[in-house]
Ligand binder design. Structure first.
Ligand SMILES: Cc1ncc(COP(=O)(O)O)c(C=O)c1O
Length: 369
């Protein structure tokens, strides 16, 4: 095998992994590494995009008013508390940009883009690593790391652990952070996949002006190529972060889709129905296949072979399982680069029933795991 740097830093990147393991580029792969809704995008999206394409000849209205109003209605905030962004990724980078040169605390293991955004804008980062497999967060201990003007990044439900910090702990953290003059950034990119469903923290914006919520529309609606997300915060914070955003950052096609996507309640209901049947089925199938599974509240699972994490050779069983799955046509998400996971764990997305069955069948083959 080659050196660590050859592990790609995001899911959905089969080609470099096939090359890394000496497999041909056309090796068939079922992708369990990207956490997208297998029911999406909604069927009407392609036709809507075709019609909206006529608007590509004009600049988008820079304030994205209709999209922001639709989001504000859904979230129960004012349109001035909404910043439309080029995916959740831009919301993360704008948050860091608005606090350039400051301090941040990142609750790990988590999505690696918080650290990258902090590096890009010169924030000094302190990591607080929660211990596997519970990943329990203690608000008092965490708050002790916060200093005036600092930012705390937290993902809920968390990628890649699929664990969900209880709402009461978040409220406590917001209170303690406010006392220390610190802002709390909660990334809710996967909140619509929480099972059983859990409400967004948006109503807390009325009580806590130190809360910044980040959302993505690309996961639920399976539109990662479109790039659309948003940020919710107090009006002054939104103005501060908007000042860092390039003009027309969100393209016309993405902005045009926001209101109809949010209005498609039937799609969300179908998604929640799929989750309620497939999620427990895959969770128990993974356990039955001999894996340790972190209790999941999201549309993905963090797993590892229920064996000692490392063999005497130093090769982790998680890394060995990753390779075996890849050779059998299953692309899992490795966890090299995630603090506290270090490649021992793998993340697998919840997919449609047939794909999930294939994963379970491969896992229960003779030499598994
Ligand atoms: C936790 C989390 N937040 C934000 C994003 C960014 O999503 P997007 O920019 O596609 O909206 C991702 C993508 O994987 C993610 O995992």
């Amino acid at each position: 095998m080659t050196h660590e740097a050859a592990w790609p830093s995001h899911g959905g990147q089969g080609a470099p992994l096939l090359a890394r393991f000496g497999l041909p580029p056309d090796h068939p792969l079922l992708d369990f590494s990207a956490n997208l809704n297998p029911l999406g995008p909604p069927a009407w999206v392609a036709a809507r995009l075709a019609v909206a394409a006529e608007g590509l000849a004009r600049y988008p209205a820079p304030d994205y008013r209709p999209a922001r109003e639709a989001i504000a209605r859904e979230a129960g905030v004012t349109a001035e508390q909404v910043l439309l962004t080029n995916g959740g990724a831009e919301a993360i980078f704008l948050t860091a940009a608005g606090h350039a040169g400051g301090r941040a605390v990142i609750v790990q293991p988590t999505f690696t883009e918080y650290a990258r955004a902090c590096r890009a804008f010169g924030l000094a980062v302190a990591n607080r690593v929660l211990a596997a497999p519970e990943f329990r967060l203690d608000p008092e201990r965490l708050a002790a790391a916060l200093s005036p003007g600092s930012l705390l990044f937290l993902c809920r439900p968390n990628n890649p652990t699929a664990s969900l910090v209880p709402r009461a702990a978040i409220e406590r953290l917001l209170t303690l952070a406010a006392l220390r003059g610190s802002r709390v950034v909660v990334d809710e990119a996967f909140i619509d996949f929480v099972t059983p469903p859990e409400e967004s923290l948006a109503p807390l914006l009325a009580r806590f002006d130190n809360l910044i919520l980040l959302r993505s529309l690309t996961k639920l609606y399976a539109l990662p190529g479109l790039r659309v997300g948003y940020l919710l915060a107090s009006e002054p914070v939104v103005r501060q972060l908007q000042a860092c955003q390039p003009p027309w950052s969100v393209n016309h096609l993405a902005a045009d889709l926001v209101a109809p996507l949010l209005a498609d309640g039937a799609f969300l209901a179908r998604t929640q129905q799929w989750l309620s049947s497939e999620h427990p089925r895959l969770q128990s199938g993974l356990v039955a296949a001999g894996l340790e599974v972190v209790p999941s509240r999201a549309n993905f699972f963090l797993v590892r072979p229920a064996l000692e994490p490392r063999a005497a050779s130093g090769q982790g069983h998680g890394a060995a399982l990753f390779e075996r799955l890849l050779r059998s046509g299953i692309l899992a998400r490795h966890t090299h680069g995630f603090r506290g996971l270090d490649g021992d764990w793998l993340r697998v997305a919840l997919r449609d029933r047939a794909a999930n069955d294939r994963l379970l069948a491969v896992l229960s083959e003779e030499d598994a795991p």
